[in-house]
Design a protein around this ligand. Structure first.
Ligand SMILES: C[S@@+](CC[C@H](N)C(=O)[O-])C[C@H]1O[C@@H](n2cnc3c(N)ncnc32)[C@H](O)[C@@H]1O
Length: 302
């Protein structure tokens, strides 16, 4: 099993400390405190140190948040900060606009950086074997603010970015523009509906990226439930992934999926029709060397 974390040379992100179900992170010039269910250990630094360096702290708000079912709440401001700001990911070459939202998220999942690197290098490699003017096609599902879409586009792919929420698609478009990129195709649709239609139409992609949540909704109220739908989703993904010179990246961050479970799901859906399958964990390391496991990935190549 592979364990990967963002490179320590990424200057715009740092997990300073974590523990007692919270993490203390620096994104560019600002430090924030956010709830983190996986942060079971004791903190290394005392509370005063956390409050001394943080600009804002997210406080879970609603009854649902307290029950651990929802991430909504509000930010308590500890010192002055801009409403939005930018972090850069120079290794691939894109910028992400960040802002404090009502859902503890701020526009980036930093543990995903090794997946961005994988996407960038694989698109580059595939593009090099494609004729000029006919770039590889990449589909990013559950794509949020688009870091993976930007990595694929930067490497030269024709990218479809799909999410069910209009506001995050607008956010992703702003990220594309501030990164000096263009021509990503934006789709606001239910991911499973889209993939099934592509399968019926016989369309195919050289790269498919999916980072499905535990629960979600399509724009017309279609319910997404990871445990119920992931196998059907992967079967359809397998049928629209090009039979050669192609890759898939699956990320699972909820419901306690292990790398072995991710491997089984992918094996079942693809029935051995691939060259390689690598499964592992994405972790964050804090400035004291403590390890925080964040998600599980499966990367397949055909
Ligand atoms: C955790 S985010 C993915 C993070 C993203 N891959 C990244 O690293 O930036 C999950 C996304 O899935 C979207 N979503 C939820 N249900 C969906 C559905 N049925 N169809 C399409 N997108 C959906 C949400 O709007 C959210 O942006």
């Amino acid at each position: 099993m592979t364990i990967e974390s963002p490179s320590s040379s990424w200057r715009d992100y740092e997990l300073i400390d974590f523990g007692n179900s919270e993490k203390l992170e620096r994104f560019g010039g600002y430090v924030v405190i956010r709830p983190e269910i996986r942060a079971k250990k004791e903190r290394t630094l005392p509370e005063e140190e956390w409050l001394k360096c943080a600009c804002a702290k997210f406080v879970p708000g609603s009854g649902l948040a307290k029950a651990g079912k929802e991430d909504s709440g509000s930010w308590g401001m500890l010192r002055k900060m801009d409403d939005d700001w930018t972090v850069s990911y120079p290794k691939v070459g894109f910028d992400l606009l960040l802002k404090l939202t009502a859902f503890k998220h701020i526009g980036v999942f930093p543990e995903q950086a090794p997946n961005w690197d994988f996407i960038y290098s694989n698109v580059k490699e595939i593009a090099a074997s494609f004729p000029e003017g006919d770039p590889p096609r990449v589909l990013n599902l559950f794509a949020y603010t688009g870091a993976a879409s930007l990595a694929a586009r930067r490497a030269g792919a024709d990218v479809i970015h799909l999410d069910s929420v209009r506001q995050v698609v607008t956010w992703a478009r702003n990220n594309m523009e501030s990164s000096g990129l263009d021509n990503i195709r934006w789709v606001i649709e239910d991911a499973l509906v889209f993939v099934k239609r592509e399968a019926r139409r016989g369309n195919s992609y050289q790269g498919i990226i999916l980072d499905p949540p535990a629960y979600g909704y399509g724009p017309d109220g279609q319910r997404w439930k990871l445990d119920d739908s992931i196998s059907e989703m992967l079967l359809n993904v397998a049928s629209i992934l090009a039979p050669e010179r192609s890759f898939m990246v699956l990320n699972l961050y909820s419901n306690g999926y292990s790398p072995a479970m991710a491997e089984t799901l992918v094996q079942e859906a693809f029935g051995g029709k691939f060259h390689s399958l690598e499964c592992g964990e994405l972790i964050l390391k804090d400035s004291f060397g403590k390890v925080l496991p964040m998600s599980v990935f499966a990367r397949l190549k055909r």
